[in-house]
Ligand binder design. Sequence first.
Ligand code: M8O
Length: 218
Amino acid sequence: MGDIVEKPVLYSYWRSSCSWRVRIALNLKEIPYDIKAVSLIKGGGEQHCNEYREVNPMEQVPSLCIDGHTLIESLSILHYLEETRPQRPLMPQDCYKRAKVREICEVISSGIQPLQNLVVLIYVGEEKKKEWAAHWMTRGFRAVERLLSGSAGKYCVGDEITLADCCLVPQVFNARRFHVDLRPFPIILRIDRELEHHPAFRAAHPSTQPDCPPEAAK
Ligand SMILES: O=C(O)/C=C\C(=O)CC(=O)CC(=O)O
């Protein structure tokens, strides 16, 4: 008899782009996991309750319980999965290509997403939040499009799916949600279209999540 290995648990919110990045990687690597839904809006946000703060001191999703550990921050989680579950690699072998993957991940995860995160939009205020979010996403996508013009093959970096694609697709969804004009970004659009119907991406999509409200489910 082998050891009983506990199924990983992902604290997730259906349309949190950072939860979505991790869901894609878990699906691509075919790692079974359970979801514990954390509503970012119910009662001012379940992420702020004392119990969840013990899990994640940043009071954000995702958090992943795996291998007896609790991990937070989506990129850190993605790299942990990559290092511990090398099946279906999501980083290239080549060092320069690895740098390009990290570069795109970082531009999205540090340079775009935090500026349009829920806590920031609440702080910016109802009146200005839509324009604010669209502004920072447009600015960031200009950089991403330029980077992709040098790195992309079928996907963000070459012809294999990488962590950069796990970050890009959810950010495109957010850009659409905030009515960003995506026409100036043909490479971003092409890669998003390429991955739209991929089973691992489909199964991670907000509309297929257990906590997706019925009106948004497909
Ligand atoms: O309006 C809501 O339903 C609440 C939160 C989100 O969607 C998630 C974010 O704001 C962060 C993000 O995905 O980048």
